[in-house]
Every structure is written in C-alpha cells, then in structure tokens.
Design a protein around this ligand. Structure first.
Ligand SMILES: *C/C=C(C)/C=C/C=C(C)/C=C/C1=C(C)CCCC1(C)C
Length: 268
C-alpha cells in the first residue's frame, strides 16, 4: 500500500476543509428549505432540488471525512502517515454522478424551459455528465501520468460539450426575461464555468509536478472549494433568480381553493 507523509499543516488543512464543506452543505440545506416560503410555488421545485443536492453532498462529505480520518495516523515525531488506498475518494465520483445531473435539473426548473426543450436538455446533459465522470474516474485512481492524461482528455470531451450546450441554452432561455433576471442568469452561467473549471485543474495536480503530499492537498482543497461554490453557492444563485421572479410576479401568493371552485390569491 502506498503511504505518504503529510506535515501537520497539510493534514489539518484538508481535515478542516472537508469539515467546513460538510458544515456548508448542512447550512445550505437549512437555508434552501427555510427560503422556500419567500418564493412562489411554481419556482419551489428548484429549491427542493437544491436541498436534495446539498443533502446528498453532505452525506458524502461525512463519509469522506471519516475515511480521511482513518487513513491518517499521527506520527511520533510530528506529521501524519497517510495510507492513500485507505482513503476512499470514490465517494466524490459517486456523489457527482448523482448531483451533476441534478444541478442541471435545478437550472431548467428555474429557467422555465418548455416541456420538450426541458426533456431533451436533461437527457443530453445527463448522458454528457455520466460520460465525463465515468471516463474521469480511471484517471483519478491511476498512478501513471499517461493514464491520468488519457482518461482526463477523454473526460474533457463530454465536459466541453456540456459547457457548450449549457452556455447556448441559457443564452436562449434568458431572452424573454427582465433585465435583472438576465443579469442573475448570466452570473449563474459564469459561476458554473468558474467553479466546474476547478475540477479538471485539481484532477491534474498529481501530474503537474507536485509530489505526493502536495498533490493530495491541491486536489482535496480544489474539490472542496469547487463543491462548496458549485452546489451551495450555485443554489443561492438559483434562489436569487427564483426570488427575483417572485418579486416581479408581485410577491408570494398562495393559491387557496374556495367554495366556488375558483382560486384566490392570498398575499403572505
Ligand atoms: C457538485 C459536483 C460537480 C459540479 C462536479 C463536477 C465535476 C467535473 C466538472 C469534473 C470534470 C473532470 C474533467 C473535465 C476531466 C478530469 C476528470 C474530471 C471528472 C475531474
């Protein structure tokens, strides 16, 4: 089994960041559920999906945290011996397989795509996301540079396709929206580009000339920061789109069935 030595500082950085990511996912979960009241019912599905995503990620972070803890053994002279094979990083890939398509679902729900466009978009994105993650995994666990680069390159093809479709579909979807919603959607698009772009960079850490311990730090720090922003931060952006639309619709209205069979709007 491969074992690397982490300084106390390297160990604590990863340890605390995984812990922080777990806390952020938990906090985001409460925020999304609690904020549901502030947006109109027709946009609420996107908030539910946001909450599901951070709940799934939170669970995986809890497992990653435990796995990291048990793979590290404190050394007498300071620092930690870290058994890389005992650290189950596959939790991340399992998480992505579920959460990446859900992130796309969250988006189409708030963008109000037409039904047929929505179905096609979700299908295309799910296939691309699956290929991206499935092709990336063999490279994540590979030890040779050539295998990392090969799988990384193959995974980048669906990744670029995904970004391209996302970019153009959002471009089309924002046309009919108000100026404020347009700005929020453009920012969301940039957030996706900036945060998703971190994953392939972090993935390359082991072949970018970093030695074992440093590569582990770069990779774990990169994935943690990217997950916090791409899931919780992104969810907050989606919330602000839903909230803005609600404001433009005249505030939150609850539809209440009345005896006549009609519906009355009751402002909260
Ligand atoms: C919440 C999790 C998200 C948004 C995960 C996104 C993951 C990626 C964009 C991963 C991309 C990769 C490549 C483009 C090439 C190398 C392998 C991956 C899987 C790290």
């Amino acid at each position: 089994m491969e074992e690397i030595t982490l300084t106390a500082g390297q160990h604590d950085l990863i340890y605390n960041l995984i812990s922080m990511t777990l806390a952020v996912m938990g906090g985001a979960f409460i925020f999304f559920l609690a904020s549901m009241k502030r947006i109109n019912r027709k946009h609420r599905a996107s908030m539910i999906v946001s909450a599901v995503i951070v709940a799934i990620a939170g669970y995986h972070y809890w497992r990653i945290f435990g796995s990291f803890e048990s793979a590290a053994t404190m050394l007498e002279g300071g620092g930690y011996a870290f058994a890389t094979e005992a650290f189950n990083d596959a939790y991340r890939y399992v998480d992505w397989i579920i959460t990446v398509p859900l992130l796309m679902v969250e988006l189409v729900l708030v963008l109000d795509f037409k039904d047929d466009v929505r179905r096609k978009f979700i299908a295309k994105m799910s296939v691309a996301a699956f290929l991206m993650i499935a092709l990336g995994y063999p490279g994540e666990v590979a030890t040779s540079t050539s295998a990392v680069l090969l799988w990384g390159t193959l995974s980048t093809i669906p990744f670029l396709y995904l970004l391209y479709v996302l970019w153009s579909e959002i471009g089309t979807a924002i046309e009919g929206e108000s100026d404020r919603v347009k700005v929020l959607m453009r920012n969301t698009r940039l957030l996706i580009l900036a945060t998703w772009g971190v994953y392939p960079i972090a993935y390359l850490a082991p072949v970018m000339g970093f030695e074992g311990a440093t590569a582990l730090v770069v990779l774990q720090v990169g994935y943690c920061l990217a997950d916090m922003t791409a899931k919780a931060g992104y969810g907050v952006m989606i919330y602000s789109i839903a909230r803005q639309k609600t404001v433009e619709e005249g505030g939150v209205t609850e539809r209440v069935e009345v005896a006549t069979g009609g519906a009355a709007a009751v402002p909260e």
